[in-house]
Design a protein around this ligand. Structure first.
Ligand SMILES: [Zn+2]
Ligand SMILES: [Zn+2]
Length: 259
């Protein structure tokens, strides 16, 4: 029996952690049923690398953006480059973008400036936005509401909020993406979130090489491990894995407009 089809909506396959064995990583992903992946840029250089990889692999698409950690460096040249790259045919989204008040690696004003500017780019191009948010949910949701994100569509990637925040996301036009942390014994609000998100608003991701699921903690994460996250979400929702996997893949394909 072949495994159910999975869609990894957020990976960083072009990062240096995969340079030595990307071919094997992709083979294991395909063997585990991961039939589609989006590899995510975090600045101009990694966005270019993401597009290059997506150009080589038929089951990998790219997203381009400037991560809040890199917002302090973003000047007009960087915005112009991202705007140009975002028009490439293999680019299915703008991101990751957002606010990170947990690590605060860039000044908050810069984070917000970049976030707003690239939300506008997503709107202009009709491409969904991929949101990174840590310890900043009120500000992120306020900015998304002001930007009328519901008309753009997007994903709250690696969702780390609570049930109250999760309930507000569908109204803002956002899907919620669960990553490895939903499998941890100390998953806090995430099991509740997994149960309450409407079936048409849920997707999953690895965020590899980061955040490996339970059983692989301390190791490099990779798309093949998405099967563990899918199994845990199915268990929490009391749904059959095959049924849930098909639904989540369909949600991702619709969002990214991938046939
Ligand atoms: Zn992120
Ligand atoms: Zn990421």
């Amino acid at each position: 029996m072949s495994p159910p089809e999975l869609f990894d909506t957020h990976a960083h396959l072009h990062f240096p952690e995969f340079t030595d064995d990307l071919g094997e990583v992709l083979s294991r992903a395909r063997a585990a049923g991961v039939t589609r992946m989006v590899t995510i840029g975090t600045d101009v250089a990694t966005s270019k690398a993401a597009i290059e990889l997506a150009g080589r692999e038929v089951d990998v698409w790219a997203s381009v953006g400037i991560h809040p950690h890199d917002a302090g460096e973003a000047d007009d040249t960087a915005f112009a480059e991202i705007a140009r790259l975002a028009r490439e045919p293999r680019v299915v989204a703008v991101g990751e973008i957002g606010l990170d008040f947990f690590r605060n690696l860039s000044p908050r004003d810069d984070q917000e400036r970049v976030f707003r500017r690239l939300l506008a780019l997503g709107r202009e191009l009709g491409k969904p936005v991929l949101i990174h948010c840590r310890e900043a949910h009120d500000d992120v949701l306020r900015i998304l509401a002001e930007a009328r994100a519901g008309e753009i569509g997007g994903i709250m990637h690696c969702f780390s909020g609570d049930a109250t925040i999760a309930r507000r996301c569908p109204d803002l036009g956002l899907a919620i993406s669960l990553a490895g942390p939903v499998t941890y014994p100390n998953a806090r609000a995430l099991p509740d979130v997994a149960r309450l998100v409407p079936a048409d608003r849920l997707v999953i991701e690895t965020d590899c090489p980061f955040l490996p699921p339970q059983g692989h903690r301390g190791q490099r994460n990779e798309p093949a491990y998405l099967a563990l996250t899918a199994a845990r979400v199915a268990e929490l929702r009391g749904e059959k894995l095959e049924f849930l996997a098909a639904r989540l893949s369909e949600n991702a394909r619709r969002l990214f407009k991938i046939p």
